[in-house]
Design a protein. Structure first.
Length: 201
């Protein structure tokens, strides 16, 4: 005798997934993907911010290095001063630094151009290379055209140049290369500062 279970015919179901089951699976898969992607989006944003900050820091470091590089190339002269700081906010040098750019030695000027004085609106710290015949005493800062200068650090509102002279820091100086220079650049809530001792000439 055969058991009763074997006598019942078994029907194969041709039934597929219901719409509700498919929607539940899609919703669960979407939730998993969103939770997996959120940290990745945060990481990409964090990397983008780090790159921007690194680029800004690198640009600041380059500008400060350029200033001190130019200072170290001052040419000592007996007929005129080769180094001048005016009211702490402009630095003028008689230097051979332009020769590294395939230009003749001459007067190098660093000064801040404020908003409103620049046609394209780019305020900041500029660098000018003036012709060889110009003495640093003859340079009129008001007549310097930002279009002829190089913007080396944008968004700088104030530059303070101080030199160590006669055992004190002074913001007005004229003469040969000083013993040391203190540079402070300020703008948009940040301050860049560096003090460096200079070679004796």
């Amino acid at each position: 005798m055969t058991p009763i279970l074997n006598r019942v015919p078994v029907r194969k179901s041709n039934r597929g997934f219901t719409l509700m089951e498919v929607m539940v699976v899609v919703a669960i898969a979407g939730a998993i993907m969103v939770s997996a992607m959120a940290p990745m989006v945060y990481t990409v944003e964090l990397l983008r911010n780090l790159q921007r900050d690194y680029a800004k820091t690198n640009r600041e470091r380059f500008a400060v290095e350029r200033i001190f590089h130019d200072v170290r190339t001052v040419i000592p002269t007996s007929f005129a001063p080769s180094f001048q700081v005016r009211k702490g906010n402009a630095l003028l040098l008689w230097a051979y630094a332009p020769t590294f750019e395939r230009l003749p030695a001459g007067c190098v000027v660093f000064a801040v151009v404020q908003e409103g004085k620049v046609a394209d609106g780019k305020n900041g710290l500029y660098r000018w290379i003036l012709p060889l015949e110009k003495s640093i005493k003859d340079v009129d800062l008001e007549k310097l055209d930002p279009a002829k200068g190089l913007l080396i650090l944008p968004e700088i509102e104030e530059a303070v140049f101080s030199v160590w002279s006669k055992d004190i820091w002074v913001e007005e100086y004229e003469g040969g290369l000083p013993v040391a220079m203190d540079l402070r650049l300020k703008g948009k809530g940040r301050v860049i500062s560096r003090v460096d001792w200079l070679p004796k000439m």
